[in-house]
Design a protein around this ligand. Structure first.
Ligand code: KG4
Ligand code: ZN
Length: 347
């Protein structure tokens, strides 16, 4: 079922971690508003997100952010046709703020609502970057965020197979933990990337955990490697060189695994999603690899890579094409897989 009428406005709400965001997207492809109130500065002093602090800030910011999004889109609440909200996975208290607000809106406006998996939202940011993807299945998608590192095969809307994921830390976690050891503030990814621009990525030979011919990842060894390096180096190597080498080690593994996945699966269109996808070095290396392999690469704009609600609204729009809206009693989950793994290949 194609949501009708056209234009069909979906309002999305995202509060799974430390961004309060409301986005309004028309017909699953045109972003009318994408307001993001980040709490990063607030959590920086603790070196990471404090769940209870995040929930309280979401409560304070929910209505002002909603108001700002409607103003930006030049729409009133009564012109919204459907609602979409991240209801899994994430910090439970934080998720509940967005879910409760969305349920109240759905109840009072009497419009359909869908609960969206956060990773599905990330993946749909690619559909905003390239609306033609909506008819170009199968797609191969690398999801790299603070909590996940996965390679997914997407057969159609709502149809995913998990081809491989990390055994331990996520790529974003590796950036954040590495940054902390380098004395850089949270969130670590953008700060390492900034410092790395002036550094030599070949200076420190950090290990690449390739784990054989499969699509699994492991980043915990890299974190140990940088800790040992810093202990022994005693400040001799410029921080920019260490940051650039560390970034290169993460990017290198991600790109090599994605290349192997494309070859193995015979898929010609590759996408990248999640906060780490905002990394310019990763986008540049993926672009080179795609050129060499004759693949089409889709990469969302950096503001659509990190947590935002336009991606949730887009995922909600397409969800309404293949499943009924959720009843107002729908649940919220701190953890849930988006897709089940295919058979794990042995190295
Ligand atoms: O998707 P996201 O905003 O939130 C989660 O769903 O986790 O991802 C946040 C992660 C953090 O680990 C952050 O350090 C990383 O994305 N990140 C980056 C960059 N921007 C954000 N990592 C590397 N380079 C960046 N430019
Ligand atoms: Zn995210």
């Amino acid at each position: 079922m194609i949501p009708s009428p056209s234009p069909f406005h979906v309002l999305g709400i995202e509060t799974s971690c430390d961004e309060t965001s409301v986005g309004i997207v028309t017909d699953g492809k045109t972003v009318l508003a994408n307001v993001i109130a980040s709490q990063a500065d607030l959590h920086a002093r603790y070196g990471g997100v404090v769940p209870e602090v995040a929930s309280r800030k979401h409560v304070e910011r929910m209505l002002p952010v909603l108001q700002e999004a409607l103003e930006e889109a030049h729409l009133s609440l009564h012109e919204i046709h459907a609602l979409a909200v991240t209801n899994r996975p994430g910090l439970l208290g934080a998720l509940l703020v967005g879910v409760s607000a969305t349920k109240a809106l759905a109840y009072s406006l009497k419009i359909p609502v869908v609960g969206v998996h956060h990773l599905e939202g990330h993946l749909y940011s690619n559909f905003l970057a390239a609306p033609e993807l909506a008819t170009q299945f199968p797609l191969l998608i690398l999801i790299v965020s603070g909590g996940h590192t996965q390679i997914m095969r997407m057969e159609g809307h709502g149809s995913y197979t998990l081809l491989g994921q990390t055994r331990d830390d996520a790529a974003g976690e590796a950036f954040d933990k590495g940054a902390r050891l380098l004395g850089l503030p949270y969130p670590g990814g953008p700060n390492i990337a900034r410092l790395a621009q002036e550094g030599d990525p070949t200076r420190v030979p950090f290990p690449r955990a390739l784990l054989g011919k499969n699509l699994e990842f492991s980043f915990s060894g890299l974190k140990t490697a940088i800790r040992h390096f810093l202990e022994h180096d005693q400040g001799k190597t410029p921080l920019a060189d260490i940051a650039a080498s560390y970034e290169a080690a993460i990017v290198d593994v991600l790109v090599r695994k994605l290349r192997y996945a494309a070859q193995r699966e015979g898929i010609k269109t590759i996408c990248v999603a999640g906060g780490v996808a905002a990394n310019q070095k990763l986008q540049e290396c993926m672009r080179k690899m795609a050129e060499q392999e004759g693949l089409t690469l889709i990469a969302p704009h950096p503001t659509l890579c990190t947590d935002n609600a336009a991606m949730i609204a887009t995922a909600g729009y397409f969800a309404l094409q293949h499943r009924p809206p959720d009843p107002l009693s729908f649940d919220t989950f701190a953890t849930e897989m988006l897709a089940m793994p295919s058979e794990i290949e042995e190295s």
